[in-house]
Design a protein around this ligand. Structure first.
Ligand code: GP9
Ligand code: MN
Length: 636
């Protein structure tokens, strides 16, 4: 009747009703943050796109079946939405396949499920009732034997809509699918149904790679690690911080080039510069992250394994077996926690943290976040540290606590009153603002140290500070070149991947350490200082205080840095001078003969390059195959 009068085919009516309902759910039940008009637009479009995509399939069916199809699609679709709604009420998150089958979560939900179902929810099924009524009572009038032309038309329209939605999503969040950093982002951009399809695909792929692994891969990897990475040496510093609290601060987007450097004649990081004098400071320390950004740096630190070449390992392999720091420290009697004022599901942290043995995750819900105390990504670093302190004082000691800062994140926005350094003046707004947020972070760290001192926690703790990854990409090379007063070559790009790494042990004298080092080395180094024996571990990094160390740092793209060389983009450079050693300029174009100094054998980077490839590949195998489930870390 309804659709007759307006002459709307039932599948279109069903799509509209379902779309409206989904949109209401997105907008008013799921707490989806919308930062700009584009996001609003995408969120508005995607419910209708997905609904139309499915309901439009009905045009290919016989008139009678059409009605059945539309009826059940509407019912099943509503149930899927409703399950998500109930799940969301409890977990403020979207269902993933692993979570659905994860015992503890299901049990959590089971006990409280009744309290999550509300009577007004019945309204949620209103459109299903309408569709059932129309499809039963008005079937003869509403069933249409669609002509082939109309069928093809419906299919074309649904695919075009889908493509349009995906294109907008890609513009809004580049590499959405490869990065898969947050379920909320996925739902926001492609809708809850496409998100489920994606989740199922990702899950099946991960499962398949796991299925083909049987543990036979491990001995080869083990002997590689034994020969190339491990060292039996213990430095004088072994156990120097035994029983102390470990406070780890992940400094968002902080690169080393700002350390001991100035802007407009002023120090950019006065606090950190002073801290160098009282800490072990590693001036040639590299981040080794890829698409998983902060989460990749966390993965490196906790496991001393490499993150993956694509995607965020936190997301794609958050359920693997690991032998991570929180677990090891937990066994040694530590209470382990993470402090980070962002959504717990960002980077799938809730799942990963639980899996690697963290006792507690103080996420955004543990903080008072207001309009005044936030900027950009959320709570500013100063109130973040301030508000964290009460928790830190209340947890059992010794503890391992990781703090993840946020203010120095792209696009590096800061309000006037928080800025204590003038902007830089170049063609890059990003770089211009970066110095201000870096300074703000430096001040927040100073405050944090003061708070640790007044609270009495300082003396019993060691404090580790690390830059998580670059903040200024090579996209800003021109402005960066202007600031550093040189032209940025691929060699400099590698050198710009240095991030600050401080180990501050109260009472210990400071020392600047120049050896080449990286995030892969953090776990063995910290365990060494805390006096924790971990001889069966499989790691690709080594303790930074022992002499007998693996002599290169591999970046995730296959570039590497050794004491002598830097290799990147198929060129081998002298690390100190930056001079190209291979291939040699004058011969680069000539047809090199066998004897030429430009054959591969003359490339002094080749031996390490081969090792780097091997090592990255072993690390990937461990993750893709979930190989640690076959490995006994307690043997001997
Ligand atoms: C988000 C924070 C920043 O929670 O870790 O993420 P990033 O984009 O740097 O990975
Ligand atoms: Mn980061």
């Amino acid at each position: 009747m309804l659709s007759k009068r307006f002459n709307i085919p039932l599948y279109i009516l069903a799509s509209i009703l379902f779309g409206v309902k989904t949109y209401i759910l997105y907008r008013f039940v799921f707490n989806i943050s919308l930062d700009n008009m584009m996001q609003e637009l995408i969120l508005f479009i995607n419910p209708f796109v997905s609904a139309f995509l499915v309901f439009a399939i009905s045009v290919w069916l016989s008139p009678k079946r059409q009605m059945t199809f539309i009826r059940y699609t509407s019912l099943i679709g509503t149930l899927v939405l409703y399950f998500n709604l109930v799940f969301y009420r409890n977990f403020a998150d979207f269902i993933t396949i692993p979570v659905l089958f994860q015992g503890s979560n299901a049990a959590d939900l089971g006990s409280s499920v009744l309290s999550l179902i509300h009577v007004p929810d019945l309204l949620f099924f209103l459109d299903v009732v309408i569709i059932w009524y129309l499809s039963k009572r008005q079937a003869p009038a509403m069933s249409v034997a669609y002509k082939k032309r109309n069928r093809v038309m419906a299919l074309t329209v649904s695919l075009l809509l889908l493509a349009g939605n995906f294109i907008l999503a890609e513009i809004e969040r580049p590499q959405l699918f490869q990065r898969t950093f947050d379920r909320e982002y996925l739902v926001k951009n492609i809708g809850v149904f496409n998100y489920h399809i994606y989740d199922i695909a990702l899950h099946s792929k991960t499962k398949a790679q796991r299925v083909f692994a049987d543990g036979n891969e491990m001995p080869e990897i083990e002997s590689y690690v034994e020969e190339n990475v491990k060292s039996d040496d213990k430095s004088d510093l072994f156990g120097i911080a035994e029983g102390k609290n470990l406070i780890f601060v992940s400094m968002e987007s902080l690169q080393s080039f700002v350390i001991n450097n100035t802007l407009h004649g002023e120090e950019i990081t006065p606090f950190l510069n002073d801290l160098i004098g009282e800490s072990f400071y590693f001036e040639n320390f590299y981040h080794q992250t890829a698409q998983g950004k902060t989460s990749d740096s966390e993965f490196l630190v906790e496991n001393s394994l490499y993150p993956l070449p694509r995607g965020a390992v936190f997301f794609t392999h958050g359920q693997n077996e690991y032998n991570a720091m929180p677990e090891l420290l937990g066994e040694a009697g530590y209470y382990t926690s993470v402090f980070h004022a962002n959504n717990k599901s960002f980077w799938n942290r809730d799942v990963m943290y639980d899996n690697i043995g963290y006792d507690e995750f103080y996420d955004v819900d543990s903080y008072q976040v207001t309009e005044e105390n936030s900027i950009g990504w959320g709570l500013k670093d100063k109130p973040f540290f301030e508000q964290s302190l009460k928790y830190l004082q209340s947890i059992p000691q010794p503890f391992y606590s990781k703090f993840i800062t946020l203010t120095n994140h792209y696009p590096f926005d800061l309000s006037e009153e928080d800025a204590t350094l003038d902007k830089y003046d170049s063609n890059s707004k990003t770089l211009n603002q970066y110095f201000q947020t870096v300074r703000y972070m430096d001040e927040s760290l100073k405050d944090f140290f003061d708070q640790l001192k007044t609270s009495g926690l300082y003396e019993d703790s060691i404090i580790v500070l690390m830059g998580d990854h670059y903040g200024i990409s090579d996209f800003h090379n021109k402005a960066m070149g202007m600031y550093l007063d040189k032209e940025i070559t691929p060699y400099d790009e590698v050198q710009l991947q240095r991030v600050p790494f401080f180990i501050h042990i109260p009472g210990e004298e400071g020392k600047v350490i120049s050896k080449v080092s990286g995030q892969i080395d953090v776990k063995p180094t910290l365990l060494h200082l805390l006096g924790i024996e971990n001889s069966n571990d499989i790691t690709f990094g080594t303790d930074l205080f022992t002499e007998d160390r693996k002599d290169f740092i591999a970046l995730r793209d296959g570039s590497f840095i050794s004491e002598e060389y830097i290799y990147t983009e198929e060129k081998c450079y002298d690390r100190q001078s930056g001079e190209v050693l291979y291939p040699l300029e004058e011969e680069a174009d000539s047809t090199a003969s066998e004897e030429s100094s430009n054959n591969e054998e003359a490339n002094m980077c080749t031996p390490i390059k081969d090792k780097v490839e091997k090592e990255l590949n072993y690390s990937d195998q461990i993750i893709y195959g979930d190989l640690f489930r076959f490995y006994n870390f307690d043997k001997k």
